[in-house]
Design a protein around this ligand. Sequence first.
Ligand SMILES: *Cc1c(COP(=O)(O)O)cnc(C)c1O
Length: 353
Amino acid sequence: MKITMVKERKQKPDFTKLGFGKYFTDHMLVMEYDAAKGGWSEPEIVPYDDFRIAPACCSLHYGQGIFEGLKAYKNAKGEITMFRPRDNFIRMNRSAERLCMAKLDIDVVLDALCELVKLEEEWIPTAPGTSLYIRPFMFGSEAFLGVHPSKKFIFTIILSPVGSYYENGLEPTKLIVESELTRASKGGTGEAKCMGNYACSLLAGERAKEKGYDQVLWLDGAEKKYVEEVGAMNMFFVIDGTVVTPMLDGSILRGITRDSALQVLRKYGYKVEERHVPIDEVVEAYHAGKLDEAFGTGTAAVISPVGTIAYKDLIMEINGGKMGKITGWLYDRITGIQTERYPDEFGWVYRVK
Ligand SMILES: *Cc1c(COP(=O)(O)O)cnc(C)c1O
């Protein structure tokens, strides 16, 4: 693989104050697709730098773009691992299919990613809660106006050392149910990790912040009756001792952390249900004193306790606004598997070095 090194590495930020997605490492991975040249180029590692793209670059106009998010860790022995990376590229290929984009050769991309992570090893923070966030993304790069699929794509992976996703760490978040705007609907692109989904969620997010909430809890697009997910996290409730999460039916992102949580919970004997979850059921459970816990799952925050959910005029405080027992147990389990405090019972830990 061709590697062009930077002349001089950047000054590292203070690893105790990383935040999320603010700093980027010295190098990035780039691969270009051109249908006329028979497909993908070899992956290449180059200095992290600006792109030069045409003003008519189609993805700037028509939004043909997808991304992924995963993490790498370094343990006490200096070994580097990633968490379920193959699943991210399988999902990226599904997103690519939905948006008429080029599919990746997963083995080629995984090997190239390992080279990149090894090269940037000194950027992997090791304190609890920190990691190297990996952001693969792809966009249509052909220059034209007129709506049709691009015949050229740029695939890139950038890396960012991150601390906790939320400024206050594992503090329970406050959600507000959105009953007017829609993030995704059946037949749409909700299941794809595509750029447009996030653009269309911004307005509701801003309104939520104005009202003092951290994030939006989305309902189904058609009836606004069923819980879907939280912009970048899948949603779970513990209702009367049973862990309940909305089933995947096309408009919800297939979270890898969601899947990990379900597998871990089932293995350890928790009662788990994947099904439609009416918001009215959540409200009834709350009034009956049976809404025990609520949490979100996603790569960035892993498990995020939810302390408050506002729906219309009702403000539901869950478990006294504190992290619940199952939520805490799950956070410890999954982060423990990721950082190898617990054995890798599911074969999720991928060795880079
Ligand atoms: C990325 C994402 C998630 C979480 O997926 P993970 O694979 O667990 O990181 C959930 N919902 C949306 C909308 C997302 O974009």
